[in-house]
Design a protein around this ligand. Structure first.
Ligand code: GLN
Length: 190
């Protein structure tokens, strides 16, 4: 059975994730309404702007139902803004910004500064034979990692790929590297 994977499509870089997942054989649903959550096996929360996505989650009525599905153990991949939304604690967020609190990490928004907003780096990822070329765009920095969170990759000292149970979060954009290994691994874990 092909897994049915939702891509949260309220804002941000959902289309590139959807295209990769589709190319890997998943059935893909762009999620914009609470009713759509019932039919998916897993979810990707893309990069974009976490404050805007938070507001749209609230307005669309998705926030509560999504939180319930995630608490019940649905597989989820969050990239960049998706990492921020899934974190337990956000530093430099908006006061009214929601945290889904699924991964016990603290992340600082826009931690790499506003001048050098974007960079790329080859990072070693646990379980991958060759480095992954990671694209960082106004990326968050992980400042605290709680018990039960595995760090799968670092850039310098900073964790940039973490896993906690069924949730994987990346500070970078794996959908922009023309490298499907992390999406393949996500689907294989479902
Ligand atoms: N800086 C953005 C935020 O705070 C995240 C950037 C991204 O997703 N590329 O949500």
């Amino acid at each position: 059975m092909k897994p049915r994977v939702g891509v949260l499509a309220l804002q941000g870089g959902f289309a590139a994730h959807a295209a990769i997942l589709h190319s890997l054989g998943a059935r893909v649903d762009e999620i914009r309404k609470p009713q759509q959550l019932a039919s998916i096996d897993a979810l990707v929360i893309p990069g974009g702007e976490s404050t805007t996505m938070s507001m749209l989650l609230e307005r669309s009525g998705l926030l509560g139902p999504l939180s319930e599905r995630l608490e019940a153990g649905m597989g989820v991949l969050g990239t960049c803004a998706g990492m921020i939304l899934l974190a337990a604690e956000v530093v430099d967020g908006r006061p009214d910004q929601h945290c889904l609190g699924l991964v016990d990490i603290a992340v600082r928004r826009n931690a790499y500064g506003t001048q050098i907003e974007s960079f790329e780096a080859d990072i070693a990822v646990d379980g991958l034979d060759a480095p992954f070329h990671a694209v960082f765009i106004r990326a968050p920095a992980v400042e605290r990692v709680g018990a039960g969170v595995d760090v799968l990759a670092r850039h310098g000292d900073r964790p940039v790929l973490c896993r906690s149970g069924p949730a994987t979060v990346a500070a970078f954009h794996p959908e922009l590297s023309n490298d499907t290994r992390l999406h393949t691994r996500f689907l294989a874990g479902l």
